[in-house]
Design a binder for this molecule. Sequence first.
Ligand SMILES: CC(C)=CCC/C(C)=C/CC/C(C)=C/CC/C(C)=C/COP(=O)(O)OP(=O)(O)O
Length: 403
Amino acid sequence: DTTKSIFVSNTAAAPLPLLIRNSSSSNCRLLIKGKRISRCTINNAAAGEVLVGIESPSSSSLQPTSSPEQKVYNVVLKQAALVQKKQSTTTTSTEDLDMPIPGTLTLLNEAYDRCREVCAEYAKTFYLGTLLMTQERRKAIWAIYVWCRRTDELVDGPNASHITPMALDRWESRLEDLFQGRPYDMLDAALSDTVGKFPVDIQPFKDMIEGMRLDLKKSRYKNFDELYLYCYYVAGTVGLMSVPVMGIAPESQATTESVYNAALSLGIANQLTNILRDVGEDARRGRVYLPQDELAQAGLSDEDIFAGKVTDKWRNFMKNQIKRARMFFDEAEKGVTQLSSASRWPVWASLLLYRQILDEIEANDYDSFTKRAYVSKANKITALPLAYARSLIGPSKISSKVL
Ligand SMILES: CC(C)=CCC/C(C)=C/CC/C(C)=C/CC/C(C)=C/COP(=O)(O)OP(=O)(O)O
């Protein structure tokens, strides 16, 4: 196994090595060639310096799930295996033989229609993108979106202050029921139908609920390990849920696992971006979703976050955090080309648009305390054709070798 060393140029300082090794090398980790997902640790040894260390598991994934990314990686493997199993049995699929009970089809159509409305209302750009997908796929994405939104609303919505861990347990048993074909309400029925049609595993859904549990009891993250796990729970899971529906291009030679790793990275990148954008808003709710050890290394404390002053220490801290979020976007990019052609455009669009928020944070001189970085309409409009152009590039033998 080879060890690659590339350089990240960093303001005026000399370039510092960014070590990327693959899984069997010691002490360094990143998601390499689809072998495993990883997360990066940043040490700001001195102002302006960044060392992005990427450690690898010291042993195989058969070991007990001790570290966060081992835990996450096992979910990736499980989901990838399910997709492969489904692919190998599709020729004998009984899907079309299922006889709908009279009346259920209309109800189901209504359920999907309601999901469509919610998606169109709350995620306009993404909704437009889903219209490019096949009918079956877009309905499935709407159903997944609506379930995620409802889950998120349990802890973030108007009734959030009354939410108890017990309510989340009930939500989880509803989830188990719908996966077994026993939906509780109309919107659940749409998802129940979706998970019967596509090889979606229940684990990412359960993990998202786990993320909500975590959010109820935790408002500080000791280090990036802890933050990474949180980001997986609340956003990486969405990537894993989406790929079986979006589909991998039939001509793709990338491993299923590598595509899932990319999807996971996009979720993590989006969530990290969200966190960096919403520092002030979260602080006003008493929450700091930033790694405490990295804050301390940068000479910052919670008090500085609550005071909300943009200082050089803060700017340097943010530069490193933004760099890390961009690395996750870069990893995600490698997987988008492997998706089925109609799914690539909306994914590129969301990637390009969300990544631009990081540019906006920079343009705001890192003031995420009083400003909410957003992408202007003009920038949105230019991103869409760019996303479209990129979506025309599909898997090639060369790119699959890179993965
Ligand atoms: C890259 C490959 C192979 C596949 C794509 C897989 C996908 C769709 C990944 C994306 C996962 C995703 C959309 C995660 C959610 C992340 C997130 C932080 C959403 C923010 O939601 P809101 O809080 O509603 O956002 P705003 O506050 O910006 O409106």
